[in-house]
Design a protein around this ligand. Structure first.
Ligand code: HEM
Length: 530
């Protein structure tokens, strides 16, 4: 007798009619669930097969293993961290539009570095080309569902509610706070060097703390004084621990660490959770305190910052953001608003230190505009054309965010090719900005690429450090203002030179940074020595 019939008969001997009926329903549901899961898996496989076939037929890529693909080519924990940067830039001659890579048997990614195709993807609506959430997976437990990772209607709602926080009227009073933090940095650096001697500093760490002071001061009207007391402030030390843990997780050779399920069980994963809790506690407490302040003053608060806007923003139905959404935005903006700016400041100063002729021109421009004042005003910001060109050239060569990722939700065609719905696309900002097809001598630092005349002849999507289209960087004006103010303070006082004994290891870890630090020598400017 077949086993199935035998089981049914045995069951039938012990159970009543009603129970048999119930069992039949359970078995049917189980069977239907299996069919559903199988169908979904089959559907996914068919979609992946179509995408892979399209990529194989129309988008060439570097040679790879027939089954494992390029797994191992860009491996985690690669011994050469600069490999990641070169990987994005060196394939351009071979594949001028972009190329496909297969990081394993069931994954396919299309890397784009041609401005015309990049334009098509970036100008697609946020629904047609949503963010690829898996590229932000490690950040989500910390940052929550903020603007950076949201998609669809939620993203649209948040972006609309937050846009007024970056209008010029809101940004204007921030310049005073930027001056304050820039001056504190100069004071700190002055103490590093004794008169007529030179001092060595690691700029990434210095700018990171300064940018954190600035962003918290601007957005929350709170100064943690991170520049002076990094380890004493729980919030500051926690976000440094979190960044460090995320970077270490990215370097970890153990592939299982990609999955939150395994990572959460490790010591590092538990440490990560403890620090996430501390950061969230800070944001929650701060938010509640501000609510009380607003209530105490019957809404008559004298200053209006980002947090005030978060708390008071209402959509057309009169609904505002709930506490968890406000906290996610606070955490997102404080994190995203400091590390990127610190990277931009570090690389610009490095570029100027490597090219003294440009550094001197910037310093002369700053001194002529400020005329001895030690405060940069809002109107001064548009009076530094040479400095602005140098900053842009640095953002071209060393984009703080070198790559961004999308998962297409519709077919997109460009340059005679089609990218199918469902394809994961990586836009190589660094590849576009160092393309030999669009930039003459792309590896040379040349600020004159950004004169009004040269810029007008350039393909607009060949320079996208802040991305472009509906999901461009909401904080770009704030960032540019801060970079100008801080560099004006530094270059007015100091002359910088490169430490040629220290090898610079370029890498992409959360942002474009130098592994092991970026060291420069400081010297007081001649006119400052007297
Ligand atoms: C030099 C400094 C900066 C650079 C190079 C930069 C670059 C970028 C890039 C490339 C994106 C697109 C990311 C993607 O599509 O995945 C982006 C988005 C974003 N940036 Fe920035 N950023 C900078 C400064 C800032 C600052 C100061 C803030 C906050 C005050 C900020 C907040 C954001 C947010 C919230 C998004 C997500 C916007 C959205 O999806 O609607 N960024 N940034």
């Amino acid at each position: 007798m077949p086993i199935r019939r035998c089981v049914i008969i045995t069951l039938a001997m012990d159970v009543k009619e009603g129970e048999i009926f119930l069992l039949k329903i359970i078995y049917t549901l189980l069977f239907l669930s299996l069919v559903y899961i199988g169908g979904k898996l089959f559907q996914r496989f068919v979609r992946f097969y179509r995408i892979r076939k399209n990529l194989r037929n129309h988008w060439q890529g570097p040679k790879c293993h027939w089954f494992w693909g390029h797994l191992g080519m860009v491996t985690r924990g690669n011994k050469d961290p600069a490999r990641f940067i070169t990987f994005f830039t060196e394939k351009e001659k071979e594949f001028p539009l972009g190329f496909a890579i297969y990081p394993g048997p069931f994954r396919a990614v299309l890397l784009l570095h041609h401005p015309n195709i990049v334009k098509k993807v970036l100008s697609a609506s946020a629904w047609e080309a949503p963010k690829n959430r898996s590229s932000y997976a490690a950040l989500v437990p910390w940052l929550g569902e903020g603007l950076l990772v949201l998609n669809g209607h939620q993203w649209f709602r948040h972006r609309r509610l937050l846009t007024s926080a970056f209008h010029f009227d809101t940004l204007k009073p921030y310049v005073k706070k930027m001056n304050h933090c820039g001056k504190a940095l100069v004071k700190k650096w002055s103490s590093v060097i004794a008169d007529h001697t030179s001092g060595k500093i690691e700029v990434f760490q210095q700018f990171s703390l300064m940018a954190l002071d600035t962003i918290m001061n601007c957005l929350l009207s709170y100064e943690p004084n991170a520049q002076m007391q990094q380890s004493e402030n729980i919030y500051v030390s926690s976000i440094y621990t979190l960044s460090k843990l995320i970077i270490e997780r990215g370097r970890n050779k153990n592939l299982a660490m990609v999955f939150n399920f395994f990572y959460k069980r490790t010591k590092a994963g538990k440490d990560f959770q403890v620090n996430c809790d501390k950061v969230h506690q800070f944001s929650n407490t701060f938010m509640k305190q501000r609510r009380n302040e607003i209530a105490d003053m019957n809404g008559n608060r004298s200053h209006f910052d980002f947090l005030d806007i978060l708390l008071s923003a209402r959509d057309t139905d009169g609904n505002g953001l709930v506490d968890s959404e406000i906290r996610a935005e606070m955490d997102t903006f404080l994190f995203r608003g400091h590390d990127t700016t610190a990277s931009a400041l570090s690389w610009t100063l490095f570029a100027l230190a490597s090219h003294p002729q440009h550094q001197d021109k910037c310093a002369a421009e700053i001194m002529s505009v400020l005329g001895g004042r030690d405060e940069v005003s809002w109107s001064d910001l548009s009076s530094f054309p040479y400095l602005t060109r140098c900053i842009k050239e640095s953002l071209r060569m060393y984009p703080p965010v070198p790559v961004i990722s999308r998962r297409l939700d519709k077919d997109i065609g460009a340059e005679g090719k089609t990218i199918l719905k469902g394809t994961v696309v990586q836009i190589s900002i660094i590849g576009v900005q160092r393309s030999e097809l669009f930039w003459k001598d792309p590896q040379t630092f040349n600020p004159d690429r950004f004169t009004t005349e040269s810029a007008s002849q350039q393909n607009h999507h060949a320079f996208i450090p802040f991305s472009a289209g509906p999901r461009n960087c909401i904080g770009q004006n704030l960032a540019m203002n801060e970079i100008k103010v801080v560099l004006a303070h530094i270059l007015q006082k100091f002359k910088l030179t490169v430490d040629h004994n220290h090898k610079i290891v370029h890498c992409h870890e959360l942002i474009y940074r130098a592994r092991g630090g970026l060291y420069l020598y400081l010297e007081k400017r001649e006119d400052e020595k007297s």
